[in-house]
Design a protein around this ligand. Structure first.
Ligand code: MN
Length: 229
């Protein structure tokens, strides 16, 4: 019997994030992403973000215990960089699958057409955003609960440039470590080949979950639950 996965994410205790296993073998994304590139990317790079996030959380707990915030600027930066790196990579592995033509889900298609005009217009903008990220970063399709629609954002590193509250549903890593072994400096070849891997059913699942989120930002919404009058 088909069971929809609706359980809330498990609570992760402070400093105990773990590297999630890849949902497929290392060679599953060939020839778009080689076994060697995927193994190093997952086992080494993603692991380092998990380790860095745990360290930042532990150091901030120590700061609280000792009431010593002399290094808080550093550890808050580490928290943002490594936490965002861990989250984006965890999503990245699942929105890819062995090359095959999966169909775009109905809710995904509806919202893409409603905002971007067409599937091809969306893919052109997403690809160009990815290709033109300065240095290391990501292209990210988010559901923005504040406005009930999709948007394409980019991130420099993992955490710079965003709209608060946007929930990523499709992400593309364009750090050199994601493509240099297979494509050298040809980032655009990697980006265009990458669309063969898109796991659209997973994007649809993520979008449907994201659409349940609420971020009230209007004055009317705030006043509706105002406790002071
Ligand atoms: Mn990466």
């Amino acid at each position: 019997m088909h069971m929809e996965r609706t359980a809330a994410a498990a609570l992760v205790p402070l400093g105990q994030h773990k590297l999630p296993p890849l949902p497929y073998p290392y060679n599953a994304l060939e020839p778009v992403i080689s076994r060697t590139a995927l193994r190093i990317h997952h086992d080494k790079h993603h692991q380092s973000y998990v380790d860095g996030l745990n360290e930042a959380e532990i150091q901030l707990a120590r700061s609280r215990a000792e009431n010593n915030y002399s290094l808080i600027k550093h550890w808050e930066r580490e928290l943002a960089f490594n936490g965002s790196g861990h989250i984006l990579h965890s999503i990245f592995w699942t929105v890819m699958a062995p090359p095959r033509n999966t169909r775009v889900g109905p809710e995904t298609l509806r919202h893409i057409i409603a905002y971007f005009g067409s599937m091809s217009a969306f893919q052109r903008q997403f690809s160009e955003a990815a290709i033109q990220v300065e240095a290391s970063g990501w292209a990210i399709l988010v559901w923005q609960p504040a406005w009930s629609r999709l948007e394409i954002l980019t991130a420099e590193k993992h955490q710079d440039l965003t709209q608060w509250g946007g929930i990523p549903v499709l992400v593309l890593d364009v750090w050199e470590h994601a493509y240099y072994l297979d494509y050298q400096n040809r980032r655009s070849d990697y980006v265009h080949a990458w669309w063969q891997l898109t796991n659209w059913p997973e994007v649809e699942r993520r979008l449907r979950l994201a659409m349940r989120a609420q971020m009230p930002i209007s004055l009317e919404q705030a006043i509706a639950s105002w406790p002071y009058c």
